[in-house]
Write a protein that binds this ligand. Structure first.
Ligand SMILES: NC(=O)c1ccc[n+]([C@@H]2O[C@H](COP(=O)([O-])OP(=O)(O)OC[C@H]3O[C@@H](n4cnc5c(N)ncnc54)[C@H](OP(=O)(O)O)[C@@H]3O)[C@@H](O)[C@H]2O)c1
Length: 252
C-alpha cells in the first residue's frame, strides 16, 4: 500500500492503531477527531517515525460544520483519499429508553449516518479512479440484538456487504470490521467495568487491525478478527434468535 488514508477517531484505540499500521506501510494519513492536541501529538510521532505526510483535521462528527469539513476534504480531487476508515464511535451507558433522545440521535449519527455520508463522498473519487478501500468499523454486536448499538452496527454490516458486492467490479472494496471486546478507551469512556468481561474475550487493537488489513487486501466484505469470535459470530448468526437475545442481554 502507498496511498492516502483518512481515519476517523484516530486519537485512541482502533483508530490510532489503524494510523500506526497504515503509516508503517508507507501511506499518507489524514487523522480526524475532536482532541486537537492529541491529534497533533499523534501526527508528529507518525511523521518522525515513518516519514509519511500526516494531515490533522479537527472535527466533531456530531456537528454539521465538522462533518461538512470532513466531506469537503474527501471530495478534494487534488489530493485524493484512497482509503477511508470510518471508525469514530462510542457506546451509551444506559438502555435505549433511559438515554436522553438527543444522545441516542447523536449515537445513531456517529455509527450510521456519518459513516454513510463519508462513504458517499469518498466513493465519488474512488469510483471515478477505479480504485479505493473503505473500512466501516462495526462490531460482532451487529450479529446480535443488543440495543441501538447492535442495531446500528448491523446496519453497517449489511450496507458494507451490499456495497462490497456492488462496487468490487469497479475497483472499490468496502468492508465491515467486526471485532469483539478490544482493549481501547471505549469501555472506560462508557463507564463500564472491564472486569465483568472474561479475560479470554479480550483482543488487542494491534491484532485486530492486522487481521483487518489482511482481510481488506483480500477484498472481504466482512472481517471478524480471531478464531474465537469467528465461532461466536457463526453461533450468533445460526442459533435460535431468542437464545441469542438472552445471551446477548448479559453484556454490552
Ligand atoms: N473497543 C471495543 O471493544 C470495540 C468492539 C467492537 C467495535 N468497536 C468500535 O470501534 C470503533 C472505535 O472504538 P475504540 O474502541 O477504538 O474506542 P476509543 O478508544 O474510545 O476511541 C474512540 C475514538 O473516536 C473518537 N470520537 C468519539 N466521538 C467523536 C466525535 N463526536 N467526533 C469525532 N471523533 C470522535 C475519539 O476521539 P476524540 O475523543 O479525540 O474525538 C477516539 O479517537 C467504534 O466505532 C466502536 O464502536 C469497539
Amino acid at each position: 500500500m502507498d496511498d492516502r488514508a483518512m481515519i476517523t477517531g484516530a486519537t485512541a484505540g482502533l483508530g490510532a492503531e489503524f494510523a500506526e499500521q497504515l503509516a508503517a506501510l508507507g501511506n499518507s494519513l489524514i487523522l480526524v477527531a475532536r482532541d486537537a492536541a492529541r491529534l497533533e501529538e499523534k501526527a508528529a510521532g507518525l511523521r518522525s517515525r515513518f516519514g509519511v505526510s500526516v494531515e490533522v483535521l479537527v472535527a466533531d462528527l456530531h456537528d454539521d460544520d465538522g462533518v461538512r469539513r470532513v466531506l469537503d476534504r474527501l471530495r478534494d480531487s487534488g489530493e485524493p483519499v484512497s482509503i477511508l476508515v470510518n471508525n469514530a464511535g462510542y457506546g451509551l451507558p444506559k438502555s435505549f429508553e433511559a438515554n436522553p433522545l438527543g444522545d441516542e440521535l447523536n449515537h445513531a449519527a456517529i455509527h450510521l449516518t456519518v459513516p454513510l455520508a463519508l462513504s458517499h463522498a469518498a466513493l465519488e473519487g474512488m469510483l471515478a479512479r477505479g480504485s479505493g478501500r473503505i473500512v466501516n468499523v462495526a462490531s460482532v454486536a451487529g450479529f446480535t440484538p443488543r440495543g441501538t448499538y447492535g442495531a446500528l452496527k448491523a446496519a453497517m454490516i449489511n450496507f458494507s456487504t451490499w456495497a462490497n458486492f456492488a462496487y468490487r467490479r469497479r475497483g472499490v472494496t468496502v468492508m465491515a470490521l467486526c471485532p469483539g471486546f478490544v482493549h481501547t478507551e471505549f469501555h472506560q469512556r462508557m463507564g463500564m467495568d472491564k472486569g465483568a468481561v472474561p479475560r479470554w474475550m479480550w483482543l488487542n487493537a494491534a491484532e485486530v487491525v492486522r487481521d483487518a488489513l489482511k482481510d481488506l487486501s483480500a477484498g472481504k466484505a466482512v472481517s471478524i478478527p480471531s478464531l474465537r469470535y469467528k465461532v461466536l459470530a457463526f453461533i450468533a448468526r445460526n442459533a435460535p434468535s431468542s437464545l441469542v437475545a438472552s445471551l446477548a442481554a448479559r453484556g454490552r
